[in-house]
Design a protein around this ligand. Structure first.
Ligand code: PMV
Length: 339
């Protein structure tokens, strides 16, 4: 055992697991916390999990460590990112009796912390890998609840396709996301990347500032559940246009409430891309825009219109890259480990 190792830990075999998770994009947004300490959302949300971008995370509990260590994209993570991962790992240790610290190695094949939902895929993959490495055989709902305590959107990335997250924990405190039976097989999401850098205000500080100071936060709380119900009804009925309209309305209402608190995630290219989506629609193409806590514009469209939408977005000044994505799988273990 190395100096500084936990003297109570069992020396010997490292306990390791690797998980893959995809980001998700909320069609009905979560913005605001009903309970900050247990990270319960103020409003219901509904998302689609996206293939085409992924996080891969390996967790190894190792008696040689004297603290949790986190490598993101080949580099030592910031103290803030490490602390957030350590909080999740501490919950796993409490539940499992595992006493060793963990080495976490994670990478994304898309920009980290830039509003492309890296916290969603990141905490979903971490929750799954950590519980398995600690020998906990939890069902997806329980892993989703664990991920939700670190990042509410991460609760949704445990599941594939269309996924809902509510606002009412059960009597046991568990609040997990759940799959929504959907009838929109040709829905696609085209992502216009407008910046490769990390965002200035993370989603937690952005939403707390909104709920503390925005004159429009109450209006957001009033409208969000109805828009979420409209998105759900559209998804279940296979009504693409109703889904897209409600999704765009949810994103615009969320950002309006945030902007009124001085929380502005958009850049110039965000507005130009938004205008391009409105123009496409005026010319008869069903395309709808949504933005999260970052400057990228995600366009909800149908398979037949992806090429046109992508071409138009590529010509928008300030759009750096365009990614074409479709509904993807939920988080899963990777038996091949980290590559
Ligand atoms: O889960 P968090 O803390 O990263 O917050 C996510 C907030 C939004 O992405 C803007 C909306 C959502 O529902 O994903």
């Amino acid at each position: 055992m190395s100096p500084g190792a936990d003297p109570g830990a069992m020396p010997g075999k490292v306990a390791e697991a690797t998980a893959i998770a995809h980001p998700n994009i909320a069609l009905a947004k979560y913005w605001g916390k009903r309970d900050v300490a247990s990270n319960v959302p103020a409003v219901p949300s509904l998302s689609v999990t996206l293939a085409g971008m992924r996080t891969r995370t390996t967790v190894a509990f190792d008696a040689a460590l004297h603290e949790d260590v986190l490598t993101l994209g080949g580099r030592e993570a910031s103290p803030e990112a490490r602390a957030r991962a350590a909080t999740l790992l501490a919950r796993v240790r409490d539940a499992s009796g595992e006493r060793r610290f963990a080495r976490v190695v994670s990478d994304n094949d898309f920009p980290t912390a830039s509003g492309l939902a890296s916290s969603a895929s990141g905490f979903a993959a971490l929750a799954l890998a950590a519980t398995r490495a600690a020998g906990l055989d939890w069902n997806p709902a329980r892993v989703s609840d664990l991920a939700r305590r670190s990042s509410a959107s991460a609760a949704r990335s445990l599941f594939g396709g269309f996924v809902a997250l509510g606002t009412e924990p059960g009597s046991d405190g568990v609040l997990a996301a759940e799959s929504v039976p959907a009838a929109l097989p040709d829905l696609r999401v085209v992502v216009a990347v407008t910046s490769e850098g990390a965002k200035a205000t993370n989603s937690t500080s952005g939403m707390l500032r909104t709920q503390e100071t925005s004159p429009f936060y109450r209006a957001w709380l009033d409208v969000a559940p109805r828009l979420c119900a409209d998105v759900r009804a559209g998804v279940v009925a296979g009504d693409f246009e109703a889904t897209g309209r409600a999704a765009e309305a949810s994103a615009l209402a969320m950002h309006a409430s945030a902007i009124a608190a001085g929380v502005v995630y958009w850049n110039g290219a965000t507005l130009e891309a938004l205008r391009t989506v409105f123009d496409l629609r005026a010319r008869g193409t069903l395309a709808f825009a949504t933005m999260d806590a970052g400057p990228h514009v995600k366009v909800i469209t149908r398979d037949a219109d992806v090429a046109l939408v992508a071409t138009c977005l590529r010509s928008v000044p300030g759009v750096l890259r365009v990614l074409e994505t479709s509904p993807g799988e939920g988080a899963r273990l990777d038996p091949e480990g980290h590559r």
